[in-house]
Design a protein around this ligand. Sequence first.
Ligand code: IPM
Ligand code: MG
Length: 356
Amino acid sequence: MKIAVLPGDGIGTEIVNEAVKVLRALDLDLSMEQAPVGGAAYELHGHPLPESTLKLAMDADAVLFGAVGDWKYDTLDRPLRPEQAILGLRKHMGLFANFRPAICYEQLVGASSLKPELIAGLDILIIRELTGDIYFGQPRGRRTAVDGHFPGAEEAFDTMRYSKPEIERIAHVAFQAARKRRQKVTSVDKANVLETFQFWKDVVTKVHKDYPDVELQHMYVDNAAMQLVKAPKAFDVIVTGNMFGDILSDEASMLTGSIGMLPSASLNAKGQGLYEPSHGSAPDIAGKGVANPLATILSAAMMLRFSLNQPEAADRIEAAVQKVLAQGLRTPDIYSEGTTKVGTAQMGDAVVAALM
Ligand code: IPM
Ligand code: MG
């Protein structure tokens, strides 16, 4: 089993180190090769996604990814910015299905900014389409406006678009996922305003005919944002487009106590996957040894389950994470009075110890 390890920038290196530590402790036959990505790759090779890194990722069974980005690259031309690395990997590997589970661990009920009764027992799954929508739609750019409110003014534009097969395949993924859960899919759109999302809604409704055992609900994205903090447990699987999924998954992370807890899996049609925490590179705390490695460690568990066919090893990691939380160990992002504050490496060591 070949794993490409791409730590990236900011806290990426620290958190990926801990996940690698946990993977090594499992006694599986894993070969892990590391390569630079994002700003780190730009510094070394002049490009955020060098050929050699892309090749390593494409040839691997799975990719373990940290995070990319730093404010210091904000002035670079867009194709050279760190974020282009993750977008490039998603595009080149065809990683269209992004799974972002939001589970509230019993021990962290108090770490959320929401009332405990709203989130206790929460287990929802956001399925975000990851290779289409306004993120990748062409054309895009800057030009002089010929119409609109200010003809002749400088303007910028992006294109929101979805093709039928793109919507169909993510809808199938969502309905199939719901079959293994509580048989409910909420499709989030903006059909009241956007042509793209009226189409989205129509196509999802058609695909649903193959899944009479699953309940389908449609919801506008603004309402979904509200319902997520009002009654999050009413959701089971949420399926939505790339941009709405980006926003709603950050919102959902707060239901779990911290974005530092949220793993993710991005899969292509072949089952190859990229696994990364849902959070970013957090340059403000990078190098301080305080970042929460649990999202990355839980992403490694998803990798074992989805791409490497090692469900027992995945269970072991997830159980170990629960155990360290039960022991009261907390990185600063999930710390509350009466618990024990630990750093990144201590948390990783504790998970390794809890595996045994
Ligand atoms: C995410 C991130 C990325 C996205 C950025 C880093 C390009 O926010 O994975 O949610 O917008 O998809
Ligand atoms: Mg995001």
